[in-house]
Design a binder for this molecule. Structure first.
Ligand code: COA
Length: 172
């Protein structure tokens, strides 16, 4: 975990990784609310490569995704295809939240190995000293289709919290 007060070389490295992640995401990310309050988790492989990155920030409010009724879907593949195509909506009612996941990224060749899940587990125990965040206290920034599939599985519901949606006015 890299914290804002860490040495400059570490912050510089985090900045490089964040740039690479933003390029990989391929769309404009909402700016971080306050750099001095972010916590960055890096997942380092045995061969000392950064294969995962999670940037978290303090937030106050999240907005619940409104789950759409799914058409009758037979296979997992169909579900993923549907999820990638559809637009999503969220409630305008703010709900208290503590931790915003601004970015979460895993190197493409290493996906579906629970690296993102492990980074969030680690975040939940380290974001606030001495407490373990519940899934209800975490929100995802403007999730991508992959992010949405992941968050739905991790949170155990499609009605997880989001914040910072680029086109919305609800920047917290
Ligand atoms: N399609 C369908 N289900 C997915 C999924 C996907 N692309 N990614 C994760 N899940 C679900 C699965 O149920 C998975 O469990 P399983 O592999 O046993 O079926 C579960 O979430 C846990 O996934 P995990 O292995 O912990 O996630 P990951 O390490 O592969 O990382 C992302 C997930 C989203 C971080 C990764 O796909 C990624 O970096 N994508 C590109 C960047 C991005 O879009 N980030 C999200 C920004 S909000």
């Amino acid at each position: 975990m890299v914290l804002p007060e860490d040495p400059k070389y570490a912050l510089k490295k985090v900045d490089e990784i964040r740039e690479m992640v933003d390029n990989d995401l391929g769309f404009q990310q909402a700016p971080l609310m306050c750099y001095s309050r972010t916590k960055t988790l890096l997942f380092i492989s045995n061969d000392k490569k950064v294969v995962g990155c999670l940037i978290a920030e303090h937030i106050q409010w999240g907005y619940r995704v409104i789950e759409e009724k799914l058409p009758v879907i037979r296979s997992e593949e169909e579900k993923v295809r549907f999820e990638r195509q559809k637009a999503w909506c969220c409630s305008t009612l703010p709900e208290p939240a503590i931790c915003g996941i601004s970015r979460i990224w895993v190197f493409s060749m290493m996906r579906r190995k629970k690296i993102a899940s492990r980074m969030i587990e680690c975040l939940r125990s380290n974001f606030i000293y001495g407490s373990y965040l519940s899934k209800e206290e975490i929100a995802f920034s403007d999730p991508t289709p992959d992010g949405k599939l992941f968050a739905t599985q991790y949170c155990g519901t499609g009605q997880f919290l989001v914040y910072n949606f680029i086109n919305g006015q609800n920047n917290t």
